[in-house]
Design a protein around this ligand. Structure first.
Ligand SMILES: Nc1ncnc2c1ncn2[C@@H]1O[C@H](COP(=O)(O)OP(=O)(O)OP(=O)(O)O)[C@@H](O)[C@H]1O
Ligand SMILES: [Mg+2]
Length: 563
């Protein structure tokens, strides 16, 4: 502390670069302060510091320090720290002078780098704007920040609410219990009675107030025993093909979106805490304009104009149907076991060709085998389930194991009624498959096609939640819908870089590389992708890392026959 005071007195009034002398370790009465990276000027990206406590000092019970409880502890304390920084952060001069902040957590509980247990201590990684007037250091302001603001943040953290921390821990424990239980029961998604699924607005992920709580149809209701012996009931969607139907504006997409997000735990009060979906669930949609590299889309698209190869389909500008076919095949390659589709974002001609269209356009002129003719095979041959929102095409009733109808935001099991309708109005469309669905190829990424550098430096940046700047390239993730935080986007960029450096050897497949990085992330936490404590990262799933790689426009692969 004394040392820090001395430096600040010495550099007062000097040019901004003199702040570089602050780098280092300082002891405060309740915590240690580490200054890792000092900004170059008041407008540059802020200075990185760590507030480090002994774990005992925070009084975290030992049983909270194992997995997955630990993740909930970090998540909760990250929120407390954020609140603390908001109270003290203020303008203290030019540019970012006076700023004190920490990565803000969204509605999901994730493994992040803003709060990390390391070597028996707990670290909070903050960003601060070192104060200046113009480019001249204002030492007094800096002293205020270090000796008043930051200790206040530390005190705020120490004063966290033990009860609340407990609810975080219970929530994550129960989430994992439900996940284990549903897997045993062959259920792919669970939505509890009483859950609040809709969000406040399209850009505000908090729960909608006065929403209609979820209520399971009797026939689909299951009960699960939670950590303290109590039980929870809700709708269990079994493996197979499930249709969600119903009138417009009755809550179909809202239900599907909650299922998409169910791959992550949520914070207490979110309304989706115990909506649980298996880990390998993935949203599928059309994504025209995307690049595709040697993907075997032949199960869906048999031939294309001018004899374009569909077993190793490459394009810089995919169409609606070919992009959706590529998305499915790539995600299967990455291990997806549950496909989530919403008619709102699907290519119609990829989904269905009805009887009349079959009359009008002979099969010879239509390369597409619509999804409706593959969806059962996906399940029966490959064990891949589908949950599909479909209000517009009744032919889908034929291929569904169960049909759920949303009416005024409440689901009803209408499977019986659907079977009756099939009997009374049999479909006259023909099934269009010519050969069986097989996954026969795998792809090997070529490391030289992946260049994270710009000039001499590695440059990887999340420009927003849906865009990575990767070297000279831009990776567009706007159609990868299960990314929930910009810090995940950033981590995807870093993960691609790590895979390129550490595993890609021109022999391992995309799947092997992604499995490798996923295992590393599981073992060491997302902090393993960090460098010099200077990044804010949240852990993405392997599936999204693979999705990022597949969208890198320079990616080249070698396609081989699967053994
Ligand atoms: N349980 C609920 N309580 C209150 N409002 C809800 C509930 N579920 C959804 N909503 C709201 O109703 C609106 C319509 O929901 P959603 O988009 O899910 O409908 P949809 O059935 O998919 O419609 P469409 O067929 O037009 O795509 C949204 O604004 C959503 O936030
Ligand atoms: Mg909809």
């Amino acid at each position: 502390m004394e040392n820090l005071k001395k430096i600040l007195t010495r550099i007062d009034g000097k040019g901004y670069p003199a702040y570089k002398d602050l780098k280092g370790f300082y002891r405060f009465p309740d915590f240690s302060l580490i200054i890792d990276r000092v900004q170059g000027d008041p407008f540059a990206s802020p200075t990185r510091i760590r507030i480090v406590f002994d774990t005992e000092k925070l009084g975290i019970p030992d049983e909270f320090l194992k997995s997955p409880e630990k993740m909930a502890v970090c998540d909760y304390l990250g929120r407390v720290a954020y609140e603390g920084t908001k109270r003290v952060s203020r303008i203290r001069g030019s540019g970012k002078s006076g700023l004190i902040t920490i990565q803000k957590n969204g509605q999901e509980i994730l493994d992040r780098t803003n709060v990390v247990f390391r070597n028996g201590k707990i670290e909070f990684r903050l960003q601060i704007g070192l104060p200046a007037r113009g480019r001249r250091i204002t030492g007094r302001e800096a002293q205020d920040m270090f000796f008043s603001d930051i200790p206040r943040v530390a005190r705020h953290i120490l004063g966290y609410d033990k009860e609340k921390l407990n609810t975080w821990v219970v929530t994550i424990k129960n989430y994992h219990i439900i996940k284990e239980e549903i897997e045993k029961m062959g259920i792919v998604a669970f939505i509890p009675d009483g859950a609040i699924l809709p969000r406040r607005t399209g850009v505000d992920d908090r729960p909608l107030e006065d929403a209609v709580p979820f209520r399971s149809p009797e026939s689909l209701r299951v009960e699960i025993r939670l950590s303290h012996g109590e039980t929870i009931s809700g709708m269990g969607i079994l493996e197979g093909v499930t249709l969600i139907t119903g009138g417009g504006y009755h809550g179909k997409s809202t239900l599907l979106r909650a299922i998409e997000r169910g791959v992550y735990p949520h914070i207490p009060g979110d309304g989706r805490e115990y909506v649980v979906t298996i880990d390998t669930a993935v949203k599928i949609r059309a994504e025209d304009g995307r690049r595709v590299e040697k993907v075997d889309i032949s199960p869906f698209i048999s031939y294309l104009p001018y004899g374009k190869n569909t077993e190793e389909f490459s394009t810089d500008n995919a169409s609606g149907s070919t992009s959706q076919a590529a998305n499915i095949m790539e995600f299967i390659e990455l291990g997806a076991k549950l496909l989530l589709l919403d008619e709102d974002t699907c290519a119609t001609n990829f989904m269905i060709r009805d009887e009349r269209m079959q009359e009008l356009i002979a099969k010879e002129n239509e390369p597409i085998t619509p999804f409706i003719d593959r969806v059962r095979e996906l399940y029966e041959n490959l064990g891949i389930s589908t949950i599909l929102v479909m209000g517009g095409a009744g032919d889908y009733l034929d291929v569904a194991d169960r049909v759920i109808m949303m009416k005024e935001f409440i689901p009803y099991d209408v499977s019986e009624r659907a079977r009756e309708i099939i009997r009374i109005h049999p479909t006259r469309r023909k099934i269009e498959t010519s050969k069986d669905l097989r996954i026969s190829k795998c792809r090997i990424p070529l490391p030289d096609s992946i260049d994270p550098s710009r000039g001499r430096k590695v440059k990887i940046k999340a420009r927003d939640i849906d865009e990575i700047g990767f070297g000279r390239e831009t990776i567009d993730l706007s159609c990868v819908e299960q990314i929930v935080e910009t810090a995940q986007t950033k981590a995807i960029g870093m993960a691609i870089y790590r895979m390129r450096e550490d595993v890609m050897d021109g022999k391992k497949t995309i799947r092997e590389c992604v499995d490798w990085i996923e295992e590393r992330l599981k073992q060491s936490g997302v902090d393993f992708l960090n460098k010099g404590f200077s990044l804010d990262l949240s852990r993405p799933r392997g599936i999204e890392i693979g999705a990022g790689l597949n969208r890198l426009r320079t990616l080249k692969v070698k396609s081989t026959i699967k053994t």
